[in-house]
Every structure is written in structure tokens, then in C-alpha cells.
Write a protein that binds this ligand. Structure first.
Ligand code: NDP
Length: 400
């Protein structure tokens, strides 16, 4: 029986992974080693019960008692804290889902790779902040990383193990997010709930806002560069409002392989779960006559400054990915908290990168986990400072 663990089980990707596992027979088909969550101990306990997990781990030690009570009478062990989550990655499992959101997902994924596991990687921040380290560890320990992000799963499938040297370009599709048709001058006043109204995909809160700002696409461009080892000049982004083509690979003979399907993350999760085979998945089938038209347009660089910032980060490499991701997370926190406006997020990231570039050489080639984590901490401090300046300016502008 295949064994597996789910890191970030209580989130959007984790729930969809759970759904696929339960549809496939749950504990009758898979041996679940570890499930981990953040704050939602009650839901984590339900999942652990249903899957008969060996261990359930929540992020905050304050939730341990709730988790323990909810799992009383089962054989599931309980633990709490970021160290315990990382330790759960040491437990033997054939397949590991990395679906914790943000920089907290890096260490458990890295630990799983060091044990030679197959890592289904949803946590895009891992590749953005530590791509070279992750790939080197995977190669050293004979581990495999399977992309879960729908775009990268699409590229992986369209590439079909062909030589990357035959690839002329990779074309990432983007929905354009909730605000794509708003007048530019209205963006400054966009609220969280307006940015959350994603036209096609149902996702967690943070990634949905990142989709509206295209910081999500910016992360994906960097992720593409790291995972597929392709030159940044060969990575294109195209707005495709229908979200039915999940990405494309253009080969040097002019052929373009496009991956199509309904916008449902259970496709790419299920693909990674069943790889190298394909299994029946409970996703809607496209009725192409009904679809009738697919449309595309180039992204406006003024509306989406995050895409330009991603190119700058790829030009620097080294610790720039870590700085970029941390600054983006802090900028998003400040937008969610109401301190800064929607468009200030890109400004905060830009200010942070400029300030850090002035303080040190971000393009340090020899990356260790400590370097990356150190940069994560520093960039969060700098981004917090930048956000407070922008929040102050905003207050003054409102008051004026
Ligand atoms: P969610 O916010 O829905 O879920 C995140 C998960 O991580 C939850 O289980 C949450 O626990 C847990 N978590 C949060 N903070 C911590 C922490 N500090 N330590 C440990 N666990 C924590 O995110 P998504 O599922 O949307 O996204 C997960 C990852 O997958 C992200 O990197 C995202 O970019 C990526 N991704 C997501 C897609 C999607 O469709 N949702 C598509 C492609 C990629 P709890 O809820 O219990 O607090």
C-alpha cells in the first residue's frame, strides 16, 4: 500500500488532496503517515480520523489540547509547533504533498527531499526562495519533485519529458485576476473583497489576492525558471480570461503544446498523485462547442508591475527570490489589514528590493538554508518599514 503525508492538509490544496484520497478509498487504498495544519485543529482532527493518520501536527502549540481531545480514542499521535511539522517530514512516506502556504512550507519539503521522497510541490514559495537548493537536494538524494501548481503541471505534461533544449519558449497563462477589467485609476481604492472575487478559480485568500495583483504569476515565472531551468527571456505571460489553457510549451520547430481542461486543482493534484500513470479524476469535462472561443491578450505592465519585478529578481537570482517573496507576503499582510492600498503592494516590494540591494549583494550564488532564512527575516523587517511609510503617506493623502 502506498504511504503518503499531507503538509497543509487543512488548506485549499490540502482539502482537495483529501477529497481525492477519500474518493479513491481513503485508508483502504493509502496509508496516511502525517497530516499537518495551521490553526484549524478541529478540521485537522477530522481528516486524521478519516484517513487514520499516524500523526497529526498543528502549527501552534496553543491548539495542541484541542487536537488531542478531538483525536481521543484513536491511534493517531498528536504534536504541535513548526519543529514538529518539520520532524513529521522525517517519517517514511512514498509521496508527500507540500501545501503549506508561504515560506513556512520550505523546511518540511526540504526534509522530505533529503529522505528521497516524491514531493508533490504546491508551495511555490519553496522554488522561488530556494530553487537551486531544493533541486540540488533532490538530485543528491534521488528524490523527485512533481509540480502541483496548475501552470507547472501543464508545462510538465506538455513537455512530456522532451529535452528542454528543444523548447523555444514557455507561455504561462494568467486569468488576470478579479480586477483585470477595472479602470487603472480605480485600482488604488480596490478592497480585499473586490480583489477576492476571482473569475475562475476557487483558492485560498492569499493566493487569490496575489492573482489579482499578478504577484502569483510573478512567483510562477520565477518557479518556471527554477523548475524547468529555462532562460527568463523564454518565459512569456499571456492573459487568457477563460483559464481553460493552463499553460503552453513552444518548441523550436514552431509547434505549441497547450494543456487544456476545466479550472480545477484536483486535476494537477491527481496527476501528481497518480504519476506516471493517469487515473479517472472527478473534474468536469470540457464541452468545446460550448466553450466556442478562447481569447488572449498581453498583460499591461502598468497594471501588473509584479511581472517586471519578477524579471528583476531573476536577473539578480541568489537571495533576491527570498527577499521578493518575504516582501510580497508582508505587503499582502498590510493590504489585508487595511493599512495600504492594492497598488501599494508592488511599491512595498520594489522599495524593499531597492533598499536591500543597496545594503548587500543579493545575488549571492552559494545559497544555504540559513542564508535564505536570514534574508526572509531581514526582508520582512524592511518590507514592514516600507509598508508603514506608504501607510503614513496614504493617511496623509486621505486627510489632505
Ligand atoms: P491555504 O491558505 O488555503 O492553506 C494553507 C495551509 O497551510 C493550511 O493548511 C494552513 O493551516 C497551513 N498553514 C498556514 N500557515 C502555516 C504555518 N505557519 N505553519 C504550518 N502550516 C501553516 O493555501 P492554499 O491551499 O491556497 O495554498 C497552499 C500552497 O499552494 C501555497 O503555496 C499556494 O501558493 C499554492 N498553490 C495553491 C493553489 C490553490 O488553488 N489554492 C494553486 C497553486 C498553488 P490552517 O488552515 O489550519 O490555518
Amino acid at each position: 500500500m502506498r504511504s503518503l503525508s499531507i503538509f497543509g492538509a487543512t488548506g485549499s490544496i490540502g482539502e482537495q488532496t483529501f477529497d481525492l484520497l477519500m474518493r479513491a478509498g481513503g485508508p483502504a487504498t493509502y496509508r496516511t503517515v502525517a497530516v499537518t495544519g495551521g490553526r484549524n485543529a478541529a478540521r485537522l482532527a477530522e481528516m486524521a480520523r478519516a484517513l487514520r493518520a499516524e500523526v497529526a501536527v498543528c502549527a501552534d502549540p496553543a491548539d495542541l489540547a484541542t487536537l488531542r481531545d478531538a483525536l481521543a480514542g484513536t491511534t493517531t499521535e498528536v504534536a504541535a509547533g513548526s519543529q514538529a511539522i518539520a520532524d513529521a517530514a522525517d517519517r517514511p512516506a512514498d509521496w508527500v504533498m507540500s501545501a503549506i502556504v508561504g515560506a513556512a512550507g520550505l523546511v518540511p519539503g526540504l526534509r522530505a527531499l533529503r529522505h528521497g521522497r516524491t514531493l508533490a510541490l504546491a508551495n511555490k514559495e519553496s522554488l522561488v526562495t530556494a530553487g537551486p537548493l531544493l533541486l540540488a537536494e533532490a538530485a543528491r538524494h534521488g528524490a523527485r519533485i512533481l509540480p502541483v501548481d496548475s501552470e507547472h503541471s501543464a508545462i510538465f505534461q506538455a513537455l512530456n519529458a522532451e529535452d528542454i533544449a528543444a523548447v523555444e519558449r514557455i507561455i504561462l497563462t494568467a486569468s488576470g485576476g478579479a480586477l483585470r477589467d477595472w479602470p487603472l485609476e480605480a485600482l488604488a481604492s480596490a478592497t480585499v473583497s473586490q480583489a477576492m472575487a476571482h473569475p475562475n478559480w476557487a483558492m485560498g485568500q492569499r493566493i487569490t489576492i496575489d492573482s489579482a495583483s499578478m504577484f502569483n504569476k510573478a512567483l510562477e515565472v520565477i518557479e518556471t525558471r527554477e523548475y524547468f531551468g529555462i532562460d527568463p527571456d523564454r518565459i512569456e505571460v499571456i492573459i487568457h480570461p477563460e483559464s481553460l489553457i493552463h499553460s503552453m510549451v513552444g518548441f523550436r520547430d514552431g509547434a505549441i503544446m497547450a494543456h487544456m481542461g476545466a479550472p480545477d486543482m484536483r486535476h494537477s493534484i491527481g496527476y501528481a498523485l497518480n504519476w506516471p500513470d493517469r487515473a479517472d479524476l472527478p473534474v468536469a469535462r470540457l464541452d468545446l462547442a460550448q466553450v466556442a472561443t478562447l481569447t488572449f491578450r498581453a498583460p499591461d505592465p502598468v497594471r501588473y508591475p509584479a511581472l517586471r519585478l519578477a524579471r528583476e529578481v531573476m536577473a539578480i537570482r541568489g537571495l533576491a527570490g527570498s527577499a521578493f517573496n518575504a516582501a510580497k507576503e508582508i505587503a499582502l499582510d498590510h493590504f489585508l489589514g487595511g493599512g495600504i492600498g492594492f497598488q501599494d503592494m508592488a511599491g512595498v516590494v520594489e522599495d524593499t528590493l531597492a533598499r536591500l540591494s543597496g545594503e548587500m549583494r543579493l545575488g549571492n550564488a552559494a545559497l544555504t538554508l540559513e542564508d535564505i532564512q536570514g534574508m526572509d527575516v531581514l526582508a520582512r523587517i524592511r518590507a514592514g518599514e516600507a509598508a508603514r511609510i506608504r501607510a503614513g503617506n496614504r493617511q496623509q493623502a486621505i486627510g489632505a
